[in-house]
Design a protein around this ligand. Structure first.
Ligand code: GTP
Ligand code: MG
Length: 489
């Protein structure tokens, strides 16, 4: 990565802040936890369930501090950053518990502060300040753009769009691209059309039939306030990584806007949010990729590699020798594990480990701890075995969401149904080998797909002995133990 003066000033500022934070919290620890994942991965549900469990005392046997009674209580507290939207915990919880519907999609960063009063192992009373920052994983996948020129990015993006199922989805954009002359005069209408067709291609790739993960620049699919601005009105051109842009050419125009995107969107996110995190959980909806097929699984693997590279762990640069990498724990969590029988949970973990293996090795080498877990922040199903002829199938029992369909039946969102979603293979490699390819929605009809994970409605809550509602979960306590357990000693 090229190092420029701006980066050095930035690093110095961050180092100063890290030292101040360290002094202020010598006794009462602070953890700034980033929760991320691509769109619909389960971020909002995860944060809501985690906070609810801490505030109301959920059933978390593996979360040692709580299980052993050292946590006296947890409460919400005003957040430290006045300019950041608050995570709307109360509304999300109301949706889940009172309405039994999943919270609405959120496309912005938001945060919430939780104070956890606990007794340290040597008997002292302490308070852990836990700042939770929920942000779209798409923003994380933008970080690699910081070290890429417009020409490099164009070449890579085009190469990717010509492979696998993406090629078909990019046809219209490619046809338009053929008629563009990068060295021709700058042209607003050409830029607008190229940006629109490029965005259509990204959107089609994200569709559940294809479930592609690697789709930067992130704001093209979630533009927010920047919709229609020049910083979002650009697209790749067919240029080589070494080419340079003539003055006032279409190429120069696109290049300028790409740089504007980096300075208006990517750099502020890095500086104001990402660089301040201590711990990170990356939520992964692997089931959506299994539904779609082998291309989606491989694409997800590439995206996870890109995400891990962002943590700078394992990178020996001039800058990393100036400050210790701040993020020292990263948890990869496969969400929605309640969509499968528990016999598949360990297999789901093995598959996620396989996907993050290469990058995780580099991180471990640099001293960051990495763990992988399959969990359900809110468990919407129970287990059952269904007899089919001589076979017994490990199935799950839940209320499929209205409109979901399986086996020729469309569900009304009210009746409980037993579903056999398909067994994950015992050998994780089988999903990745060319020979062991499985069939997903990308390849054709839903009825021919090897896996079919349906959406379920949230469960009816259980009421604990003291009258407080408890949300059932799978392994959420294990995630908590890894993420903050050591700070509560
Ligand atoms: N069964 C089950 N479904 C879940 C769970 N977590 C998330 N889901 C499903 O996944 C969907 C997306 O969850 P969210 O928490 O809204 O995901 P998100 O990452 O915040 O999504 P965006 O805000 O759109 O980026 C929900 O509407 C549910 O259908 C879970 O623990 N169990
Ligand atoms: Mg959300």
């Amino acid at each position: 990565m090229a190092i420029n003066f701006r980066d050095i000033v930035e690093e110095a500022r961050l180092t100063a802040r890290a030292i101040t934070d360290f002094g202020a919290h010598l006794f009462d620890p602070t953890v700034r936890l980033g929760v991320t994942g691509l769109s619909r991965a389960g971020k909002t549900v995860f944060v809501t369930a985690l906070v609810h469990g801490l505030v109301r005392g959920g059933r978390f046997p593996v979360f040692e501090a709580l299980a052993s009674g050292r946590i006296a209580g947890a409460r919400l507290s005003p957040q430290p950053d006045d300019a950041v939207p608050r995570f709307d915990y109360e509304t999300h919880l109301h949706d889940l518990i009172a309405e039994r519907r999943w919270p609405d999609s959120t496309t912005r960063l938001s945060e919430l502060r939780l104070m956890i009063d606990y007794q340290s192992l040597n008997g002292r009373t302490r308070t852990l300040t836990l700042d939770i920052v929920d942000y779209p994983g798409e923003w994380l996948l933008d970080l690699p753009l910081l070290s890429k020129s417009y020409e490099q990015w164009s070449a890579e993006t085009l190469a990717l769009s010509r492979a696998g199922p993406r090629a078909k989805l990019a046809q219209e954009w490619h046809a338009h691209l053929q008629n563009l002359r990068p060295e021709g005069a700058e042209d607003e209408q050409a830029a607008l059309t190229a940006a629109r067709l490029f965005t259509d291609y990204l959107r089609a790739s994200r569709d559940e039939r294809f479930a592609m993960s690697l789709l930067p620049p992130g704001r093209f699919l979630m533009p927010g306030d920047l919709a229609g601005s020049p910083a979002l009105t650009f697209a790749p051109l067919d240029v080589t990584p070494e080419s340079s842009a003539p003055d006032h050419s279409l190429h120069a125009m696109m290049q300028r806007r790409y740089e504007a995107y980096k300075s208006a969107v990517v750099r502020p996110f890095f500086r104001d949010h990402f660089s301040l995190l201590d711990r990170q959980v990356v939520l992964v909806d692997a089931l959506a990729a299994f539904n779609a097929g082998p291309d989606a699984v491989r694409d997800l693997e590439r995206a996870l590699e890109g995400i891990l590279d962002c943590f700078r762990v394992g990178q020996r640069t001039f800058l990393s020798s100036m400050i210790r990498p701040r993020i020292d724990r990263i948890l990869f969590a496969a969400t929605k594990a309640d969509h499968m029988h528990h016999t598949s949970h360990d297999r789901l973990e093995a598959i996620l480990s396989r996907m993050t293996k290469r990058a995780a090795e580099r991180a471990r080498f640099a001293g960051a701890a990495i763990d992988v877990v399959a969990l359900a922040a809110v468990r919407a199903t129970r287990e059952a075995t269904v007899k089919q002829g001589r076979e017994t199938l490990p199935s799950i029992l839940g209320v499929p969401a209205a409109g979901e369909a399986a086996g020729g039946e469309t569900f009304d969102g009210r009746s409980e149904t037993a579903i056999f979603p398909g067994d994950l293979p015992a050998d994780a490699d089988a999903l990745f080998s060319e020979a062991g390819d499985f069939r997903g929605l990308t390849a054709g009809e839903a009825r021919d797909a090897d896996f079919r994970f349906l959406r379920f409605r949230p469960p009816a809550v259980e009421i604990a002995e003291d009258g407080t509602p408890a949300l059932p979960h799978i392994r959420l306590d294990r995630a908590l133990q890894f993420l903050i357990g050591d700070r509560l000693k």
